[in-house]
Design a protein around this ligand. Structure first.
Ligand SMILES: [Zn+2]
Length: 466
């Protein structure tokens, strides 16, 4: 196979120059004033993919920002087809005065490229493109059939991805999705994400009377909406930190022994974590470590609560209404469509009949999980070990994204190859990309294509799992 190390060494500077040119485009998808920039970013990436030797197309998204599609399908029918997923849009850059160098003037400093999007996610797409460019130039072929799907509105919550995937599922179909939008635990602790959590977000509205009542004239004989809501929410978890809603854990896939051993091996210092977050304790579900609770277990959180009098001074009322926003992170195989009604039933069962209640949903995201022993994960781990000179650990991502939607629409599991670091300040001022990790990423991508194409892995990937 083409010498990827020699390529990275010879092209070290030109790769960063090329990435910098792309990062100079302020492709902020959430800001309508930057629509033209998001389009320019898509066209710029399409140019890079075309130059690397792929057939490329900028795809319009109904009511949204353009995505980039590219393919090279010359590896033959025995080779697996891999779709690389990521995004070319970026987060807004403000507050601008907190940047050492301007967010869209990419600057190399201290071994890092500083720019909005350097890590999240242009750098991570660019290392894939660079690997492909080199392999096609040196070998005239890739070990796998390869597709790219790089969307332009991930930082806006991928609002149109379901419709888009429905429309383009056949074109994007593959045997494995390689997500290039996650990170590693630390520079010298290479790791691979294996799961994303899901999410449901709900609002609860209570009413106990048509209007607030005088606490002197009526207090002692009428219900208080805020008190009812507080009592309800206080029962959301039991004394062991478990969510009390009946049936909530029915579909939870337990952490395996190997996963728990991985969690235990990840560097985590509770005292340092408390210092960084500024909290005095790390409470949560009994029997699980903080790391396990932050990504491998379901959570319930009250995000906000309001009602009654909250102005300056005093006002002696009994509130007639009270409201709360409540969210839940989900783990595989919990399904938002099954859990939302369970929550609503729990609320109605626990409230007295004299309380009027409504529960509304702001939508859900399904959780994603690729088991550690999935052949794609094992192959990706071998590729990372080769590129980083160290066996990677596995961990999970606590946040939520469109990975399960991708997996369901394309009929393939997700593996996650990403080199972002906790210190990269993604979404914050002074975002950066550690260039040493970027170069390891170029190598890891090239090795991953090779590992996915080994006969045993290829055969396993080409056998449908669902
Ligand atoms: Zn991202």
């Amino acid at each position: 196979m083409a010498d990827i190390d020699a390529f990275v060494q010879a092209e070290a500077d030109s790769l960063v120059t090329e990435l910098s040119e792309w990062c100079a485009i302020p492709s902020i998808s959430s800001d309508p004033e930057h629509s033209a920039d998001v389009r320019r970013s898509a066209e710029h990436l399409a140019g890079l993919l075309e130059a690397a030797g792929l057939d490329t197309e900028v795809l319009a998204v109904d009511g949204g920002q353009p995505a980039v599609y590219a393919e090279w399908l010359g590896a033959g029918t025995d080779a697996p087809t891999v779709t690389v997923y990521g995004h070319h849009d970026v987060q807004p850059a403000d507050p601008l005065d907190q940047w050492t160098t301007p967010p869209f003037v990419p600057t190399v400093r201290d071994g890092c490229l500083h720019a909005r999007g350097a890590s999240d996610d242009k750098g991570q797409i660019h290392f894939q493109v660079s690997a492909v460019r080199h392999l096609l130039a040196a070998d005239g072929r890739l070990p796998v059939n390869l597709k790219f799907f790089v969307e332009g509105e991930e930082e806006s919550g991928s609002p149109n991805i379901d419709a888009f995937l429905g429309e383009h599922a056949e074109r994007l179909a593959c045997d494995l999705v390689m997500v290039s939008d996650t990170g590693m635990v630390a520079e010298h602790v290479p790791s691979l994400v294996t799961a994303m959590r899901g999410l449901i977000y709900l609002q609860v509205d209570l009413r106990t009377a048509p209007a607030d009542l005088h606490s002197g004239s009526f207090g002692g004989a009428v219900p208080n909406a805020v008190a009812e809501l507080v009592a309800l929410l206080a029962g959301l978890k039991d004394a062991a930190g478990r969510i009390s809603i009946p049936g909530w854990y029915d579909d939870v896939v337990d952490l395996t022994d190997e996963e728990r051993a991985n969690f235990a091996a990840l560097p985590f210092d509770p005292e340092e974590f408390k210092a960084v977050t500024g909290v005095g304790a790390l409470p949560g579900e009994e029997g699980f470590s903080p790391l396990e609770r932050m990504s491998g277990r379901p959570t319930a959180d009250v995000n906000g609560i309001w009602g009654g009098f909250t102005g300056i001074g005093s006002k002696t009322i009994i509130p007639a209404e009270a409201h709360a926003k409540v969210s839940f992170r989900l783990v595989a195989d919990q399904d938002p469509a099954r859990l939302e009604p369970l929550f609503e039933r729990w609320v109605r069962d626990r409230l007295p009949e004299h309380v009027e209640v409504s529960v509304r949903s702001f939508g859900g995201v399904k959780p994603a999980l690729t088991p550690l022993d999935h052949p794609g994960n094992r192959a990706a781990a071998r590729a990372v070990a080769r590129a980083f000179g160290k066996e990677p650990l596995f961990n999970r991502e606590g946040g939520s994204g469109p990975e399960r939607a991708l997996s369901d629409a394309l009929g393939a599991a997700c593996v996650y190859l990403g080199v972002m670091l906790p210190e990269d300040r993604i979404h914050a001022p002074n975002e950066r990309l550690l260039l040493a990790n970027y170069y390891r990423g170029v190598r890891a991508a090239a090795y991953a294509f090779e590992e996915f194409a080994t006969p045993e892995v290829a055969a396993a990937l080409r056998t449908p799992v669902r």
